[in-house]
Design a protein around this ligand. Structure first.
Ligand code: AMP
Length: 282
């Protein structure tokens, strides 16, 4: 495995692979790798000749007062995991390499960036879309792999790729969970053992809401209220618990068939997100 920090050096290597007719898969990450990230890497390995993983804690997607400076940076352990997973290149650019000047251009995907995490974290998805667009232009992968764990992010990226005709296929990968159901996340490291147990209730609530939708007894608004009340009683501060249409993340209507239930809630200072999908057969 090669570890590359320089954009030009990465482009040189990628050029050689491309001229040898090899296909390239790309997995963008912010590091502190766990089994969820490695699942993306394994899917990437199965679908391309070469795999590039980036590790870059992108400052522009963190708001003022968020955890940018505290975000766990575990480069050595990450490299060992990627080496063991037989990744070809880990790309670890510096902030200066990614943002060398005061940049004037920003990618902003309207509507799907504005609700949910976009409302709670203004500018977050502009930061995500811009850095992913830049990384796509640097790596020019055939396929790029994203986790369903960050469902709104996936929706934003899919819209960006479609709207800007970017020549990359986006592959989504189901969420990898701890045995208690908690979605794996780099931010789980902020939780105490007791909070980790508590945090597993997020997934349990999503599954309960899914069953209630399938039972067709309560309105979606009542199901949302019920889960928010329960989570609040359990000590969470809930940002949102929303039953949405998968296509545009707007509030789902009863005739919508493809649903995603999105939740964001805080335990102490840690903000966690999760979601489940379901298809309704009318
Ligand atoms: P991050 O390092 O948190 O920016 O995540 C990098 C990629 O890994 C994103 O596409 C995430 O959606 C994905 N990811 C993070 N956690 C999980 C998980 N538990 N299961 C599957 N994919 C994940």
């Amino acid at each position: 495995m090669q570890c590359i920090t320089d954009i030009k050096a990465l482009r040189e290597l990628l050029k050689q692979w491309r001229s040898a007719g090899e296909s390239i898969a790309f997995v963008p990450t912010m590091g502190n790798l766990h089994a969820g990230h490695l699942q993306l890497v394994n899917r990437a390995k199965a679908q391309a000749d070469r795999v590039v993983v980036s590790i870059f804690v992108n400052p522009t997607q963190f708001g003022v007062g968020e955890d940018f400076s505290l975000y766990p940076r575990t480069e050595q352990a990450d490299q060992e995991k990627l080496q063991a997973a037989a990744v070809d290149v880990v790309f670890m650019p510096s902030t200066e390499a990614m943002y060398p000047v005061n940049e004037l251009t920003k990618v902003s995907v309207s509507e799907v960036s504005e609700s949910h995490c976009g409302a709670a974290r203004p500018g977050h998805f502009d930061g995500v879309a811009t850095v992913v667009c830049k990384l796509f232009n640097i790596v020019q992968p055939d396929k790029a792999f994203f986790g369903e764990k960050d469902f709104q992010q996936l929706t934003v990226i899919n819209a960006m790729v479609a709207d800007l005709n970017l020549p990359v296929v986006i592959i989504s990968v189901p969420t990898v969970r701890e045995s208690n159901g908690l979605a794996m996340s780099s931010r789980n490291g902020y939780l105490t053992a007791q909070q980790r147990e508590q945090a597993s209730q997020l997934y349990q609530c999503l599954c309960a809401a899914k069953r209630l939708i399938q039972a067709k007894q309560l309105s979606y608004v009542d199901i949302e209220k019920l889960q928010i009340k329960f989570l609040t009683e359990q000590g969470f501060r809930v940002d949102y618990f929303s039953i949405c249409r998968r296509s545009d993340l707007q509030a789902a209507e009863h005739e919508d068939a493809e649903i995603v239930i999105l939740v964001a809630a805080r335990i102490g200072k840690t903000r966690l997100i999760d979601n489940v999908q379901l298809d309704i057969k009318n």
